[in-house]
Design a protein around this ligand. Structure first.
Ligand SMILES: [Zn+2]
Ligand SMILES: [Zn+2]
Length: 378
């Protein structure tokens, strides 16, 4: 991939120098415009190579998300400069069309260089396409198509220069306008998409749909919401809320989060950074659990409320579920607990009743190990 890009860059450099030089010496405005086009392609290749070499996502302390945005900023600057260059050349050509005495009369060398450009660009189109197919790289495929538009750009120059040599002396200037229109359009597209990226524009709906489907295929992922994305260079960052069964353990929830993360990265949408937020319920609809007491406070409240029942929470495994704006409590009785089923049920009733006037609390469930239950049969 590096090799193809390097060959393309070398070709753009050679063609750019030749076109501007010969365009100037053999006085062809359209060839000069085409030369500027080649230099703009060279600059793009350079940005791509630079980004590839410095690993656009390599993070450090100052830039924890990597340096992809440097590429973006460089692309905005390049895009805006291309727009100005395109407008400049077009303006100059229009001016000459209105003052025919200022029109250039290009010589045969200009034609030769334009033809050389058409042939070499068409060659690199086929070469890049072959490599793109082999590596299944969409980026290289796009590069290949770009080479073909470069060839078309040079075809316009051939027509312009050839026509002028045959006596249609305004054709070179018209070709120059055509080529600078292409240069300006390339610049506009670059600047516009990179500005979108800088303003944290998200991925397209089609891409988001693919990501959503990849998430929902993961076992345990019940709903998806707050799927947000940002682009950075050639990569994208995603954060998402995934709803799971409300009673899962932390480790199972984490396992699902990791599976979702991998599925998003493997969905082929260029996502390299994923943050998954696990929801035990739909936090957009369910009452908020904000402001409910934390574990330490809860244990204090429970110890006080259950003092009469003779429950010493130190001995019990207490699990708190913050759901629907209330705290649901699971209590696992210690293995050493010896009691009959009725005792456990009675205790559970008692605990429920003593919490009934505390608005923060929901249901209470007691669980006993099989060993202690077996004791009732003894
Ligand atoms: Zn180009
Ligand atoms: Zn949520």
């Amino acid at each position: 991939m590096r090799r193809v890009t390097l060959i393309g860059a070398a070709l753009d450099l050679m063609l750019g120098v030749l076109k501007v030089l010969v365009g100037w010496l053999a006085s062809s405005q359209s060839l000069i415009a085409d030369g500027v086009h080649s230099f703009s392609d060279l600059a793009t290749d350079f940005i791509v190579l630079f980004a590839a070499k410095h690993g656009s996502m390599e993070p450090d302390e100052d830039h924890p998300y990597g340096h992809g945005r440097f590429e973006t900023i460089a692309t905005v600057i390049l895009g805006v400069s291309l727009m100005f260059v395109g407008i400049g050349i077009a303006w100059d050509s229009i001016n000459r069309l209105f003052h025919p005495e200022m029109l250039f009369s290009p010589g045969p060398w200009a034609l030769a260089i334009a033809l050389l450009s058409v042939v070499s660009k068409e060659w690199i189109y086929h070469y890049t396409m072959r490599v793109a197919k082999r590596l299944r790289s969409h980026m290289l495929e796009a590069n290949a198509w770009h080479s073909r538009t470069d060839a078309i750009s040079s075809v316009i120059v051939v027509v312009g220069v050839g026509g002028t040599m045959l006596g249609l002396d305004y054709l070179d200037a018209i070709a120059a306008i055509g080529v600078s229109w292409m240069v300006g359009t390339i610049g506009w597209k670059m600047a516009w998409s990179s500005l979108g990226e800088l303003s944290d524009k998200g991925l397209g709906e089609e891409q988001l749909q693919i990501i959503r489907e990849a998430i929902m295929q993961q076992e345990g992922a019940e709903h998806v919401h707050m799927l947000r994305s940002r682009r950075m260079g050639h990569n994208a960052l995603v954060d998402v809320h995934v709803e799971v069964d409300s009673m899962l353990t932390v480790s199972e929830g984490h396992m699902i989060a990791t599976a979702v993360e991998n599925a998003i990265k493997e969905s082929d949408q260029g996502v390299t950074d994923v943050t998954v937020h696990i929801d035990p319920e739909n936090d957009e609809r369910a009452p908020s659990c904000d402001g409910l007491p934390g574990r330490k406070k809860v244990l204090e409240i429970l110890s006080r409320a259950w003092k009469d029942a003779g429950v010493d929470l130190h001995w019990y495994d207490v699990r708190l579920h913050y759901l629907g704006g209330r705290i649901v409590i699971d209590i696992y009785l210690p293995d050493a607990f010896v009691g009959r089923m009725e005792d456990i049920e009675r205790l559970e009733e008692q605990l429920k009743k003593s919490l009934s006037d505390l608005p923060d609390f929901g249901d209470v469930h007691l669980y006993a190990a099989l060993g202690s239950r077996r004791s009732e049969r003894d």
